[in-house]
Design a protein around this ligand. Sequence first.
Ligand SMILES: [Zn+2]
Length: 225
Amino acid sequence: MPDFTTFSSLLRITAKYEMPAIRSQILEVIRDAYPETFEGLGSSKPLGEGIFSGRAPHPNEVLNLFVQQNLTSALPMAYYMATRRGLNSLMDRRLPRNATLPLEILQSAMGGLMRLRELELNETHDLIFEQNGSHPCSASNCSSRAPTGPAALAAYHQVFDRMVGSSQLGTKVLQVPEFYEDLDGELRCIGPGICTGCVERWESKHAELRKKAWVALPDVFGLNG
Ligand SMILES: [Zn+2]
């Protein structure tokens, strides 16, 4: 993959002089890094601005380019990549002109960020605090055995803070969360005393949340016409 400057020139040139063969190769690369479907979001492959060689461009710069070039199918992901870093990143005044978002794009990005953030907070809260409902965990050593007891609530708070707290004013809703931490070579849930069965339920529910957030991207960023 070339660096971003070369890449954006290529994209403009292939549009201007109608070079469909080369352009389709470039679009192929974009489809890979800014997938159109949820299935394209493989966890191991590089996504977004990380695909470019050399200096990674600011995600605002990529978003501007994709809007200018009318790369509709890559826009939901490009918007997400720019908004996940939060408002300060979206509105950073020290950025060069090509990474400064025009008002209309900025408004769509900010509106989308607020809606994604709300979805992330609400759904993460529900998935952790209301997971057991009337069926508490049956594992004898699990804090969730008494889901409204002090040990369970303390653990839930810790997990919740870890999942949404450090995203500050941005969002991590499409990211696979880490429920375990390494304590002296032993993997333990970040919520003390929570069993692996409960963590597995959280993991599968969070996978549903990621999918729900993904499907909502075009709508939250106002890309549906
Ligand atoms: Zn449990």
